[in-house]
Design a protein around this ligand. Structure first.
Ligand code: HSE
Length: 323
C-alpha cells in the first residue's frame, strides 16, 4: 500500500511545469579601440528562470540589483525578446512566469540588456523545444542590439571579436590569459543612445589608423598578459574622447586608476562603468577610482572580476507545479 508521502510524490510528478534557467555573464565592450566589435565576458551573472504555466497569465518577479529599473509587465525586455521567438517558432506556452535575478547593474555599460536579450531568446527556444541553433540566436541577438560586442562574448564567454558583414555576423573567439579586472560603476545615468549620439559620424584618416593599429596590439597584449603594452594598446580615438566628458570625474578616474597601478583603462561599453587591467593592486585601483567619483558626488559600486570563459548556460528541468 502507498504511504501518504508516495501519493504526494506521484501528484507532484504529474503536475510538473516545464522550467528553463538561463545564466548569462556580464560583458565589457570596446575595451578602448575595439568600438562595436570587441568584447570580454566577466564572471558576474544574471539568471533568468522561465516556467511554463497552464493558466493564460504573465508574471515577472525581479530580485537583486536595480529592481526598480526593471518593468514587470509586457514591456520587460526579457519577455519581449522571448515573445518574438515564440512568434518565430509559431508556438508558445499557455502562460509564463519569469523569475529574473539581477547581479549586473542596469544601464551600466556591463551588458545587462544583452543578458536580457540572450535570456529571452535562448529561454524561449529551450522552453518550446525550438530548433534554432546558438548561431541563429546570436544573429537575432546581434540584430536586436545593433552590434555584436556584448552578445557574442556573453554567449560564448571569453574575449570575442564580432565582424559584421552586411546582416551576417562572423564571430572570432580570441585567446586571453586568465586574469582579473577592476570594474567601477558610478551611480550616473548615461543612456547608450545618448552616448552614441555624442559620436561624430565622420573620422579622420589619422584617427582610423590610430585605432586600427591599436586593436591588434590590444588583442596580442591580452593574449600574452603583456601589461607593458596595454596603456598604449587601450587608447582610442573613435568614442572615448567624446564620451568621457559626459561622465562627471571620468577623465580623472582614468588618471587615478593609472596612478594606482592600472596598466590599461577604458570606458566599459558606452559607460558609465570603467574597466581597468592590472597585474596586481586591484583593490587599490578600485579604491582610487571610487574616491574620484565620490569627489564628484557620485556613489559607485566596484568589483574585481575574473574573466568568464563558459558563456551562457542553459539548465532545463521539469519543476514541481508550485505556481
Ligand atoms: N559598442 C557599444 C557602444 C556598446 O559603445 O555604444 C554599448 O552598447
Amino acid at each position: 500500500m502507498k504511504s501518504n508521502a508516495d501519493i504526494k510524490h506521484t501528484f507532484l510528478r504529474t503536475s510538473m511545469n516545464k522550467q528553463v534557467t538561463i545564466t548569462v555573464p556580464a560583458t565589457s565592450a570596446n575595451l578602448g579601440p575595439g568600438f562595436d566589435c570587441l568584447g570580454l565576458a566577466l564572471a558576474l551573472y544574471n539568471r533568468v528562470t522561465f516556467t511554463a504555466v497552464s493558466t493564460p497569465t504573465l508574471t515577472i518577479e525581479v530580485t537583486g540589483l536595480d529592481v526598480e529599473k526593471v518593468p514587470t509587465d509586457e514591456s520587460n525586455l526579457i519577455y519581449q525578446t522571448a515573445n518574438c521567438l515564440f512568434e518565430r517558432l509559431g508556438k508558445r506556452p499557455s502562460g509564463l512566469h519569469i523569475q529574473q535575478e539581477n547581479n549586473i547593474p542596469v544601464g551600466s555599460g556591463l551588458g545587462s540588456s544583452s543578458t536580457a536579450v540572450l535570456a529571452g531568446l535562448l529561454g524561449a527556444n529551450a522552453l518550446m523545444d525550438g530548433t534554432f541553433t546558438r548561431s541563429d540566436l546570436l544573429a537575432l541577438a546581434t540584430a536586436e542590439e545593433g552590434h555584436p560586442d556584448n552578445v557574442a562574448p556573453a554567449l560564448l564567454g571569453g574575449l570575442v571579436l564580432g565582424v559584421m558583414d552586411g546582416a551576417e555576423v562572423h564571430i572570432e573567439p580570441l585567446p586571453i590569459a586568465p586574469q582579473q579586472v577592476v570594474i567601477v560603476t558610478p551611480d550616473f545615468q548615461l543612456l547608450t543612445k545618448d552616448a552614441r549620439a555624442a559620436l561624430p559620424t565622420q573620422i579622420s584618416r589619422q584617427d582610423a589608423i590610430f585605432n586600427a593599429s591599436r586593436l591588434p596590439l590590444l588583442i596580442r597584449a591580452l593574449q600574452t598578459a603583456d601589461y607593458d603594452k596595454l596603456a598604449m594598446a587601450m587608447q582610442d580615438r573613435l568614442h572615448q574622447p567624446y564620451r568621457l566628458p559626459l561622465i562627471p570625474g571620468m577623465a580623472d578616474a582614468f588618471a587615478a586608476a593609472t596612478a594606482a597601478g592600472a596598466a590599461g583603462v577604458a570606458l566599459s561599453g558606452a559607460g558609465p562603468s570603467l574597466i581597468a587591467f592590472a597585474p596586481d593592486h586591484h583593490t587599490e585601483i578600485a579604491a582610487a577610482v571610487t574616491a574620484v567619483f565620490q569627489q564628484n558626488n557620485l556613489a559607485s559600486r566596484s568589483w574585481i572580476l575574473p574573466i568568464e570563459t563558459s558563456g551562457t548556460q542553459i539548465n532545463k528541468l521539469a519543476s514541481q507545479g508550485t505556481i
